[in-house]
Design a protein around this ligand. Sequence first.
Ligand SMILES: [Zn+2]
Length: 59
Amino acid sequence: MAVPKKKTSHAKKGKRRSHWNIASPNVSRCSHCGETCRPHRVCSKCGHYGDREVLVIDN
Ligand SMILES: [Zn+2]
């Protein structure tokens, strides 16, 4: 139900917004180079996904 803006106290607003937090992303290790990377994504360091090389990264 809609509540007028002036009726909502600063405390009430703060308590509602106390759950506005950002969860840290899941991190796993690359099975090829051991670098930390997101799961189910191509490794940005070596270009491997699982045991296959799907990206050629020259550095
Ligand atoms: Zn890797």
